[in-house]
Design a protein around this ligand. Structure first.
Ligand SMILES: *Cc1c(COP(=O)(O)O)cnc(C)c1O
Length: 396
């Protein structure tokens, strides 16, 4: 049975009424027959049937034992860090999601948890950076926004040999393309705000663990700290997941065409997309995932802030916004948006050029998307010429 069929078939029909859509249990508590005698639920922070259904679906999708749904991706990351103790260290991918960087360094460092950042796209770097205090290795693959790829299976072996947990933030790939637990990771997490939800209409996060015991620990932390996903948002994520395979397949097809087009345009300098043969870890991406995802980044030959701002304000179908993974195409300028708080030199060193533009390629007809990018690139060149033309007489 194909993955898509298996997924759609696994979404349960309501045993009480036969409703084909998962019911939304909008309740805070559950009536008990006698103290402690209930139908599996007592208080809705601890468990809610709608959320529980989502948790089962995502655990199955990621090939894990326990799924836990949170109020945001960052709440999911927060619960994982709480598995650690003061004095422990995290080894994290250097091109990490900005919110995870902020959480690790500005919240958890003051509780005595240290973070070391390395370029995990070379497994040797991971091996060399591990210390006896390293308890958690944190990967994103592909990363944001330079689409770096790390070899999950090789890093899992290093993690195991050193007795530390491996967590993969699988937001960019989605379980439709990549299942880190099957490659040896212990934990996988998602910002379900992105491809799992898929429609830019909610904020949510999920954690899935390979082992039951570790999952129970994360569940305990969630119940103790309270960062749960609401019933309606759980339902929205379930509805999003129903079309995950179909959407992701088309995101990949569209992104490949867009990336190949960008490579041919004279205004474009570098194109970052794991599906291009020019990507340094194209072979690893091909080995560990079923496709290359819907995110494409590129820099301009005119590597300036102004040129990038020209481009991102000229596109019509690609809407200028943070976030990704939805049906509608989005464009963002990391140097001015998501990565603005990172010091300029540090940002450039991490490969985020001033002119780097990130596209979340949506589900519009790909010819229309390419035409939109082409007209915006042409206008960017044209406007620059006009500006230069105007400034020449002034300088004379
Ligand atoms: C968006 C995102 C997050 C954070 O998720 P929220 O749902 O916004 O809290 C974490 N990791 C990655 C890779 C993301 O893109």
């Amino acid at each position: 049975m194909s993955n898509a069929t298996q997924l759609i078939n696994s979404i349960p029909v309501d045993p009480l009424t036969g409703a084909i859509s998962v019911p939304i249990y909008q309740t805070s508590t559950f009536v008990q027959e006698a103290p402690g005698v209930n139908k599996g639920f007592d208080y809705a922070r601890t468990g809610n049937p709608t959320r529980a259904t989502l948790e089962q679906i995502i655990a199955q999708l990621e090939n894990g034992k326990v799924g836990i749904a949170f109020g945001s991706g960052l709440a999911a990351i927060d619960a994982i860090v709480k598995l650690l103790q003061s004095g422990d260290e995290i080894l994290a991918v250097d091109d990490i999601y900005g919110g995870a960087f902020r959480l690790f360094t500005q919240v958890y460092e003051k509780f005595g948890i240290k973070v070391n950042f390395v370029d995990t796209s070379d497994v040797e770097n991971v091996f060399n950076a591990i210390t006896p205090k390293t308890k958690l290795i944190w990967l994103e693959t592909p990363t944001n926004p330079t689409l770096k790829i790390s070899d999950i299976a090789s890093i899992a072996k290093v993690a195991k040999a050193h007795g530390c947990l491996l967590c993969v933030d699988n937001t960019f790939a989605s379980p439709a393309l990549q299942q880190p637990l099957s490659l040896g990771a212990d934990i996988v997490m998602h910002s379900a705000t992105k491809y799992l939800g898929g429609h830019c209409d909610l904020i949510a996060g999920v954690v899935v663990t390979k082992e039951k015991e570790l999952g129970e620990k994360v569940k305990f932390i969630q119940n103790a700290c309270g960062a749960i996903l609401a019933p309606f948002d759980s339902w929205l994520v379930i509805r999003g997941i129903e079309t995950l395979h179909l959407r992701v397949k088309q995101h990949c097809l569209n992104a490949q065409v867009v990336a190949e087009f960008l490579e041919t345009h004279p205004a474009v300098d570098k194109v970052f997309y794991p599906g291009l043969k020019t990507h340094p870890n194209h072979d690893i991406a091909k080995k560990q995932s079923k496709g290359f995802g819907g995110i494409v980044s590129f820099s301009l030959k005119d590597d300036t802030n102004e040129a990038a701002v020209q481009f991102v304000t000229q596109t019509k179908l690609f809407k200028l916004a943070e976030s990704l993974g939805g049906v509608k195409s989005l464009v963002s300028h990391p140097a001015n948006m998501t990565h603005k708080t990172i010091p300029v030199e540090k940002r450039r060193a991490a490969g985020v050029a001033d002119s780097l533009v990130r596209l979340s390629v949506g589900l519009e007809e790909v010819e229309d998307l390419v035409a939109d990018i082409e007209q915006a690139l042409n206008k960017t060149i044209q406007n620059k010429k006009n500006i230069q033309h105007k400034t020449v007489p002034a300088n004379c």
